[in-house]
Design a protein around this ligand. Structure first.
Ligand SMILES: Cc1cc2nc3c(=O)[nH]c(=O)nc-3n(C[C@H](O)[C@H](O)[C@H](O)COP(=O)(O)OP(=O)(O)OC[C@H]3O[C@@H](n4cnc5c(N)ncnc54)[C@H](O)[C@@H]3O)c2cc1C
Length: 304
């Protein structure tokens, strides 16, 4: 029988709410697996047995670097999220999640609407149609909050009146706006949670969904810390270069100097961890270094 993987760090997040926005929250309802189950699944595919922690870390990082993604799907997390409907609409675009939402057909909708903080009342950005720019002057920002509140109250009193008249709930709710709060259970696997976080932690994502992504990131870090570290390193903080960008980088680098740097100059520029030597003074094996050097080689000598 195989053991069930769990850790004290991950268990500590079960049922622990993180407040989001003015009335929302997210917490971990349950989880299955963690770093150990990623390694376990990967070792099945390579027919390998249990190895040391540092080899496990190397394996997880290798999998992330090479987009060998299915072992990450072995980890599951289930969240209870309370969020405004407009944020829920962005969440729901992530189709791989399993979702079960509060029913406005069955139950009375809670009298809860999202009101942004004053500093989030910003001008429309001139450069990014999906973004905001600097803050609106306070008197106008206060006016915006008054408009939002007045309309929320009006629509709510209409809803309350229809409920009083015993109108069917599924009809009474139809004028409630997208600032109305809803709740759901949202379950997904780690590979797709990383995909969600990559998109929704980004500075271009809307502030309100970023708040939830940041809260969920704290939990994900605790459930699978080594996978998180690899995700940060190879996905979140990484950049990809297009073919055209590679050409430009090549031109830039070669234009600044006479030819390409010598091997020892390249070596000195490497992170220290990639330059470690054995007791005999030989350079230690490091797959990540070799992959990087191969990329540099491709920059220096593009394949025809
Ligand atoms: C900053 C930002 C702005 C956005 N603006 C808009 C917008 O203006 N309008 C708009 O409509 N959406 C918008 N979106 C939503 C976006 O287009 C995606 O729907 C959303 O980010 C989910 O991404 P996904 O499809 O990769 O994720 P998921 O649905 O979680 O899917 C994960 C991956 O699985 C695969 N997959 C899943 N389902 C299918 C399927 N049925 N067919 C093929 N492959 C599938 C795809 O490879 C996909 O990348 C925006 C998203 C962001 C982050």
């Amino acid at each position: 029988m195989s053991e069930r993987f769990r850790t004290a760090e991950a268990d500590a997040w079960v049922g622990r709410k993180i407040e989001c926005l003015d009335r929302g929250f997210v917490y971990l309802v349950d989880y299955m697996g963690g770093d150990a189950s990623i390694v376990q699944a990967a070792r099945v595919s390579y027919g390998l047995g249990t190895k040391s922690v540092s080899e496990d870390r190397g394996l997880i990082r290798y999998l992330m670097r090479h987009q060998h993604s299915t072992p990450f799907e072995m980890v599951e997390m289930k969240f209870h999220v309370k969020l405004p409907i407009f944020v829920a609409r962005q969440f729901i675009r992530h189709r791989t999640a399993n979702v079960n939402e509060y029913s406005g057909r069955y139950s009375i909708m809670p009298d809860e609407f999202y009101l942004p903080p004053l500093e989030q009342v910003t001008y429309q950005s001139k450069t990014n149609r999906q973004g905001g720019a600097e803050c609106i002057d306070e008197p106008q920002a206060q006016e915006v909050l008054r408009i939002l509140t007045t309309e929320q109250r009006r629509v709510r009193s209409g809803y309350d009146r229809m409920i009083e008249l015993d109108v069917r709930r599924e009809l009474a709710r139809i004028n409630l706006g997208v600032s109305q709060y809803t709740e759901w259970y949202w379950k997904n696997d780690l590979h797709n949670i990383f995909h969600f976080l990559k998109l929704r932690l980004d500075a271009h994502a809307q502030y309100e969904i970023r708040v939830y992504a940041e809260a969920m990131a704290q939990i994900v870090k605790a459930v699978a810390p080594i996978a998180w570290e690899a995700f940060e390193d190879y996905v979140l903080d990484a950049e990809r270069f297009s073919g055209l960008e590679m050409q430009a980088v090549r031109r830039l680098l070669s234009g600044q100097r006479e030819g390409w740097p010598e091997d020892d100059e390249v070596f000195d520029a490497l992170p220290e961890a990639w330059r470690q030597t054995t007791a005999e003074g030989k350079l230690k094996r490091n797959r990540e270094r070799d992959e990087f050097l191969a990329k540099l080689q491709r920059l220096a000598e593009p394949e025809e």
